[in-house]
Design a protein around this ligand. Structure first.
Ligand code: HEC
Ligand code: HEC
Length: 381
């Protein structure tokens, strides 16, 4: 049984290097030439796939994360570490039946759209609640008006998002200074269990970013995006190239951590219904790009600053959300940079705190170079 600290380290590891475990498996397998051109399917890349056969191989692990998020469990609920292909746990066999059930429900009732997912029933527990819950506090049942509001999130009648974006740009630097903001080198730290992990972050406008976490044990965990390709490495795991969704996420992080004009990051920005976060009113803007779920951006009404970004990654089984909360904006030579951000997923969250920043000092290009081999670390067993 892993200790609590072990569990925390593992979770943070998953958060930091998102899905490295995954590719250890993909790249650890002897290469098999796919029968036809095009990306590999799951059945071609993995050993024992019976239901998710035709999904792209690089969507298998995101799908697994979606399952874990929906049931509120970790991978070992269904798998034995190092033998993910084995069917030695009943939970894994049940999960396969559940996938088939879910696909059938959607086909027979929702024209094959992904309306019902694992989370529709499970909601963060392996045991769905069939009986309505009695809440601690009396709560109003949802009325038609409340539901109307939910559905009008994407309303085309909303006012233009431009004033909100202009206010943000003005708050972080003013459009003139944005052009002068070329790079940032940050020294940061991340709480992990009882200790702290030191992290170096290098950002270059518009969207190059690398973060290097010095993990306990001396090895480094790297998350990098060089403007066109992203990669992840974690001690004892082979280097992994990000899939398209992870790259999109990495690019977004890069754009917002070094302030820039969001109009450059999206093909369209639309206002949505205002909301509140921690009792403070926020303007909500949807950032839209082709073939990607909209990104929700929350701007504080008073300061104009971006306080939250929620992005979504499609998987064949459902959508995985990630929430990034930005805080502690500080003035740095006329620019405002967030000195703290928290990345939260359904069952994990970690907070990065910046200790010091240097703006516009040249960054050694080698920092953005993709390593050919896994960075040195203890050998894999
Ligand atoms: C609730 C059960 C469940 C959980 C939790 C789960 N998986 Fe799976 N996993 C499955 C099932 C079922 C399959 C087989 C799918 C199929 O046959 O189409 C599978 C297949 C896999 C495979 C393919 C193995 C092979 O070579 O055939 C990998 C790799 C994998 N899972 C990794 C993970 C990781 C990493 C996690 C944690 C993020 C995870 N799984 C969480 C049920 C689960
Ligand atoms: C229509 C509702 C529904 C959907 C959709 C659904 N499940 Fe379930 N699932 C259940 C119910 C009900 C149980 C039985 C719970 C119990 O034993 O308490 C269950 C049980 C399970 C169990 C066994 C839990 C245990 O402790 O043994 C697993 C694993 C599981 N589901 C995985 C999944 C996965 C993965 C998906 C999505 C592919 C999914 N389920 C989708 C309703 C659903």
């Amino acid at each position: 049984m892993p200790s609590n600290h072990g569990a925390i380290v593992r979770r943070v590891a998953i958060s930091v290097a998102v899905l490295s475990a995954a590719t250890a498996l993909i790249s650890g397998k002897p290469a098999q030439a796919p029968p036809s051109a095009g990306p590999k399917t799951a059945v071609q890349a993995f050993k024992n796939i019976q239901v998710l056969k035709d999904i792209p191989a690089d969507q298998l692990i995101p799908s697994m994360q979606f399952i874990a998020n929906s049931l509120g469990v970790e991978c070992d609920f269904c798998h034995v570490e190092g033998a993910f292909d084995k069917d030695d746990k009943d939970e894994k066999k049940t999960a396969r039946k559940m996938m088939t059930m879910m696909i059938t429900i959607n086909q027979e009732n929702f024209e094959g759209k992904k309306e019902v997912s694992c989370n529709t029933c499970h909601r963060g527990s392996p045991h769905p609640q069939g009986i309505p819950i009695i809440t601690a506090e009396a709560r109003e049942p949802m009325n038609t008006e409340a539901m109307e509001h939910e559905h009008h999130d994407h309303d085309a009648q909303m006012p233009s998002a431009d004033p909100v974006i202009d206010a943000y740009v003005k708050a972080v630097v003013g459009s003139d200074a944005i052009a002068k903001l070329k790079s940032a080198s940050e020294k940061a730290n991340m709480a992990m269990g009882p200790g702290k992990v030191a992290v170096e972050i290098y950002e270059e406008a518009p969207d190059r970013r690398v973060s290097i976490a010095h993990m306990p044990g001396g090895a480094d965990s790297v998350t990098a995006y060089d403007g066109s390709e992203g990669w992840l490495s974690f001690p004892k795991r082979p280097l992994r190239i990000m899939n398209a969704d992870e790259q999109y996420a990495a690019k977004l992080d890069a754009e917002f951590l070094l302030p820039s004009d969001p109009r450059k990051a999206f093909t369209e920005l639309k206002s949505a219904k205002p909301d509140t976060i921690d009792g403070k009113e926020v303007n909500v803007v949807l950032g839209i790009n082709p073939n990607q779920p909209p990104v929700k951006l929350y701007f504080d009404k008073e300061s104009g600053l971006l306080v939250r970004m929620v992005r979504y990654a499609n998987t064949p089984l459902g959508i995985n959300p990630t929430q990034v909360d930005f805080a502690d904006y500080r003035d740095q030579h006329g620019a405002k940079l967030p000195f703290q951000w928290t990345i939260a997923r359904p069952f994990s969250r970690f907070t990065m705190k910046v200790d010091s920043v240097e703006l516009n000092t040249p960054i050694d290009p080698s920092k953005f170079a993709k390593p050919a081999a896994p960075p040195p670390g203890p050998p894999a067993h």
